[in-house]
Write a protein that binds this ligand. Structure first.
Ligand code: GUN
Ligand code: ZN
Length: 440
């Protein structure tokens, strides 16, 4: 630990092409929204960003003994922020091509059952965090299981790696196997204790986590809403409007509600720092309500395609002012790679006769995610004082990527090649608080 602190306290400089965002580039790639330095320098001190700018300007300001790490033929950027992912579903990825409700029943619930065992939970948590790092994801909003042991195991591993993570215990007291249910009182007590133990500890935040309006009783949704009121700076995460059969079931359970989203709204679960996964089958009133409340959507392209759930409407989200971020939704999503999620988001836009610009895509995967989580002053951009979580993307990662990026004339063209062809092979280095944590 002492050694790690010493290393982090040192000044270090990384030289190469640097890209980071100040705001959403929108549909028109607003040039004021990002900074791209062809030959840039990122200086870190004590695990935080000390300076970023053109190398020629900053190099003379550095003490002579500062190590300069060169990253040729690469782009440095803030680490990816994945706003919706399930660590216990690492072993569900690539399970048979069923739609949501069958997939949950046949694969997901039996797998999640195993997380009552803290040893198993810890082993999967370690594997999961290695995968995030391999894929350049330095912050994620994570579902654990209904078992409090699964949350303790995950947070212990994330704290040991000094990673900025958000996670929570699933609340689920009905319409699921008996072996995976909590009760209103045990769910509330476990959530409160876990929140008090982990929220704000090291770089960790707690998210109140009702799985869905199907799997929580009205009393449990009420209790989740109470917790959200009692702990206004905690986050909230859940699923909404993902699949048509799921929505029909919600309508039967809550006939008085205007929409699936309205169910959560009526229990006080719509507010800032609330992330709603999917938001596919929304109407415009739902999107406007999301925007008014300060909640954000997590668009999960790989999952939406893999489970055949539907096509998220980015243009309608923009029209309503509903913020959205990008997420893998492992294990409904079939990859940990945010690059592959961006590639699939691009294809979903194409299918909908819309366009996702590559610059905007990389904004969504970095600062856009950090903003959704209310963490933009800590991660997702290279402002001075921000935490130095960053990645290096190798423009020569494969022969094909090298060939196509060499032919690309603009930054946007290069980024599009990374989205279209890239995955974990492109992420050559991952840094957390200025320290390299890359896994083999
Ligand atoms: N809805 C309720 N639970 C889940 C889950 O685990 N994954 C997905 N994709 N949707 C859900
Ligand atoms: Zn999910």
């Amino acid at each position: 630990m002492a050694l790690r602190t010493d290393i982090a306290a040192q000044v270090c400089a990384h030289r190469g092409a640097i890209l980071h965002f100040r705001s959403d580039p929108g549909a028109r790639d607003d040039p004021a929204s990002f900074e791209f330095l062809e030959d840039g320098l990122l200086v870190t001190r004590g695990g935080h960003v000390a300076a970023v700018g053109p190398a020629q300007e900053l190099l003379p300001t550095l003490p002579a003994d500062v190590e300069i790490v060169g990253h040729a033929e690469s782009i440095l950027m803030p680490g990816f922020v994945d706003t919706h992912i399930h660590y216990p579903q690492t072993d569900v990825i690539g399970s048979g091509g069923r739609q949501l409700l069958d997939w949950l029943e046949d694969y997901t619930f039996p797998t999640e059952r195993r997380f009552s065992d803290p040893v198993y939970a810890a082993a999967v948590g370690e594997f999961f965090l290695d995968e995030l790092i391999r894929n350049g994801t330095t912050t994620a909003m994570v579902f654990c299981t209904v078992h409090r042991t699964s949350v303790d195991a995950f947070f212990h591993s994330a704290a040991a790696r000094q990673m900025r993570m958000v996670a929570g215990k699933i609340l689920m007291d009905r319409n699921s196997p008996e072996y995976l249910r909590d009760s209103v009182s045990s769910g509330e007590q476990d959530s409160r204790e876990l929140l008090q133990k982990w929220h704000g500890h090291e770089r960790l935040s707690y998210a109140i986590t009702p799985r869905s309006a199907i799997t929580s009783s009205e009393a449990q949704l009420q209790s989740a809403g109470q917790l959200a009121k009692e702990f206004p700076d905690a986050l909230i995460q859940t699923h909404v409007a993902e699949n048509l059969e799921e929505i029909a079931w919600v309508r039967r359970l809550f006939p008085q509600a205007r929409s699936y989203l309205d169910v959560y709204d009526s229990y006080g679960l719509l507010r800032e720092r609330a992330i709603y996964a999917h938001c596919i089958h929304f109407d415009q009133a739902d999107r406007v309500r999301m925007a008014q409340s300060g909640a954000a959507a997590a668009f999960c392209p790989c999952s939406n395609l893999y489970l055949g759930s539907g096509l998220f409407d980015m243009a309608a989200a923009d029209d309503a002012g509903m913020p959205f971020s990008i997420a893998t939704d492992v294990g409904g999503g079939n990859s940990f790679s945010m690059l592959r999620s961006l590639g699939d988001a691009y294809k979903i836009a194409q299918l909908s006769r819309q366009h996702l610009s590559p610059l905007r895509a990389f904004y969504l995967a970095t600062l856009g995610g950090a903003r959704a989580l209310g963490l933009e002053d800590r991660v997702g951009q290279f402002t001075v004082g921000a935490e130095a979580d960053f990645i290096v993307l190798d423009l020569r990662a494969t022969p094909l990527i090298a060939r196509r990026t060499a032919q690309s004339r603009t930054l946007a063209e290069k980024l599009l090649v990374l989205m279209a062809l890239g995955d974990d092979r492109v992420v050559s280095h991952t840094y957390v608080l200025g320290r390299e944590v890359s896994v083999a």
